[in-house]
Design a protein around this ligand. Structure first.
Ligand code: 3EB
Length: 338
């Protein structure tokens, strides 16, 4: 399936971001590396994931059939073709003062999502399909609240203000901690809705009880998006969570096995909703976040058995959004529709 369907998404070497990227049809990219490179591609929305790359290609690129528009609005850099818009917004928390009720990170999160939603409305891509969120010190605590939970409040308030809390518009997402830098958010949006998919083994994150924070995270476990002639499955960051509990504390291999079980259940659920063939583990491409780099060989060995040794998988060091989670896997797959 991969070669025919590989138009939209590819992992690429560093050099692919030299010059004008791979020509004008690149909608945008994310790049893993501990520093922001001195030269960036002018006009290419690029998300900087300030994290150590452990294995695989540093660049993840998204391609359109042709670029219809290149733009910059409300702090969002974007490119789109007729069907999809890719955008990036990066906001320094230092630009926000905070107040008695909101930390600077909460304010940054709320403003970033507010700006993103304005761009979606203005550009005519109202449906958010997939979001990648990165922030510094995600498990750190300030003003008595973990920073991931502060971010969740800001994101939730922005979804609420935009009237986007109804389930059918909640996107697939990932949220990870990196060494520092701005709050960085990249996203894909469509002209038509993607279909959210939930996981029967996990409580929907937007229903998490208050013990995980005052406002719940606004993401679905996966999303099925239709483009002309093909269907994309976007799998959200998937961790060792069953129900709403983190399981296998301190055991990265057992957490990885639980993630595989979660992915299998999610693919089965997606397969019930597709018009095409069933989705299988061995057709995923994936990005894997490992909290402790020393766990990487064991995690990789466990995942290779499930995804197949030839699967395009990128490993990086990042902090998962609950302190007791050691591994998270995000993925995607594509099916041609005939
Ligand atoms: C979880 O399942 C693990 O806040 O956008 C995974 C994917 C996680 C997305 C987000 C968080 C997010 O709750 C963490």
């Amino acid at each position: 399936m991969r070669p025919e369907c590989g138009r939209l998404h590819r992992f690429l070497p560093e050099a692919s971001l030299a010059g004008d990227g791979e020509g004008p049809a690149m909608l945008g990219a994310s790049r893993v590396g501990q520093q922001v490179p001195a030269d960036s591609v002018p006009g290419l929305p690029t998300q900087h994931i300030l994290a150590p790359l452990l294995d695989g290609a540093p660049v993840e690129a998204w391609f359109g059939r042709s670029v219809c528009r290149v733009g910059q609005a409300h702090g969002v850099s974007f490119r789109c073709d007729g069907e999809l818009l890719f955008g990036v917004i990066e906001l320094a928390e230092a630009a926000f003062a905070g107040d008695a009720v909101a930390t600077p990170l909460q304010q940054a999160g709320q403003q970033a999502y507010g700006s993103l939603f304005r761009v979606l409305a203005e550009e005519g891509f109202p449906h958010l399909w997939r979001v990648w969120n990165y922030l510094g010190d995600i498990n750190g605590e300030t003003m008595g609240l973990e920073r991931y939970r502060q971010f969740n409040i800001g994101r939730h308030l922005a979804f609420e203000a935009a009237g986007r809390l109804d389930m059918d518009s909640i996107p697939a997402a990932s949220a990870l901690g990196v060494a520092g830098g701005p709050l960085s958010i990249a996203f894909l949006a469509g002209r038509v809705p993607a279909q959210p998919v939930e996981n029967p083994r996990q409580m929907s994150a937007y229903r998490y009880p208050a013990e995980y924070g005052p406002r719940s995270p606004t993401f679905s476990r996966a999303a099925l998006g239709r483009l002309s002639g093909e269907e994309w499955l976007f799998v959200s960051g998937t961790a060792s969570i069953v129900g709403h509990h983190s399981v296998h504390h301190g055991d990265p291999v057992a957490q990885t096995r639980e993630i595989v079980a979660n992915l299998e259940a999610l693919l089965a659920e997606a397969s019930r909703r597709t018009d095409g063939p069933a989705y299988r583990l061995d057709e995923l491409s994936a990005r894997v976040y490992v909290r402790h780099p020393e766990d990487y060989p064991a995690v990789r060995a466990e995942l290779a058995g499930a995804l197949g040794a030839a699967a395009p998988v990128v490993y990086l060091q990042a902090d998962v959004c609950r302190a007791d989670l050691l591994v998270e896997v995000e993925a995607q797959a594509c099916h041609l529709l005939t």
